[in-house]
Write a protein that binds this ligand. Structure first.
Ligand code: IPE
Ligand code: IPE
Ligand code: MG
Length: 253
């Protein structure tokens, strides 16, 4: 897809990127907010606020360059172990973002979906998510998936339960289950798997993110903390992705 040149931000790394062959789906683990704050002598919550701003910048840029799907890991099933004040700050930032999105998503043609068990969130957040979902159903643009109370293992268990229920109800049969039909039970049903997974913050692990979907994703790790992550860092990740030899178990011709 050729984009008008002016839409791409100029940078050294941008020169290394082939914008006609970007991945369709990019996943990002939004990590490093707490350390970013600590290095500035600020409370961890300040890091989450800064991280939310970075998310706005990167999501807008992804939409501008025509990415089909952006999936971000914002709160894991394990993140409930954090202090209550930190959890409530993250939920508050989420609420603000949802309210903002309800006003802008139609104008920007951005679909906003939530992946994870949102039944554990407040009734207000669940209602906002439902409204975002309803509007998204009428739109066609870039789809941004925000993973909240998301765990890769929980997603697989949830899918297995749904499949078992369908079998008991007589609408599915165990011997007919394939990888493709199993995918239809995941939160990510209908969405192609991410080709590129980016993890800022220096850790080199999945932390229970998209266990099924990342089977063949290219991983890109960087020590840059999420609040410091820029469009230039995204370009570096694209350039790294485009330099990889993706063989999918085959051999290089
Ligand atoms: C990521 O940043 C945000 C969430 C997990 C909610 P962290 O809060 O994990 O930041 P670090 O890893 O402690 O720096
Ligand atoms: C992963 O980050 C989860 C999110 C970014 C939402 P964590 O900070 O929770 O992961 P660990 O604890 O370093 O593995
Ligand atoms: Mg972390």
């Amino acid at each position: 897809m050729a984009l008008p040149f002016f839409r791409k931000r100029h940078s050294a790394a941008a020169g290394q990127v082939d914008f006609d062959h970007l991945p369709r789906h990019v996943a990002i683990i939004l990590d490093g907010n707490g350390r970013w704050a600590r290095r500035r002598g600020l409370p961890r919550t300040a890091g989450h606020k800064a991280g939310a701003e970075t998310f706005r910048t990167i999501a807008t840029y992804c939409r501008d360059i025509g990415l089909d799907y952006l999936t971000v890991y914002a709160f894991s099933t394990e993140n409930w172990r954090r202090p209550e004040e930190e959890v409530s700050t993250i939920m508050d930032l989420l609420k603000r973002y949802m309210l903002e999105a309800l006003d802008t998503m139609e104008r920007d043609n951005v679909r906003l979906r939530f992946m994870g068990d949102i039944s554990a969130l407040s009734g207000e957040l669940q209602e906002l998510a439902r409204r975002c979902d309803e509007i998204s159903g009428r739109l066609t643009g870039c789809q941004c998936n925000i993973c909240i109370n998301y765990g890769g293992r929980a997603e697989l268990v949830h899918a297995a339960q749904d499949f078992a229920r369908a079998c008991l109800a007589g609408t599915a049969r165990p011997e007919e289950l394939t990888e493709e039909t199993f995918e239809s039970y995941l939160y990510s049903a209908g969405i192609p798997s991410p080709e590129l997974l980016i993890r800022p913050g220096g850790e080199q692990r999945l932390s229970n993110f998209l266990l099924w979907q990342c089977a063949y994703a290219e991983f890109y790790y960087t020590d840059v903390l999420w609040p410091d992550f820029t469009v230039e860092d995204l370009h570096r990740a694209f350039a790294a992705y485009q330099s990889r030899d993706r063989r999918f178990g085959g051999i290089k011709r």
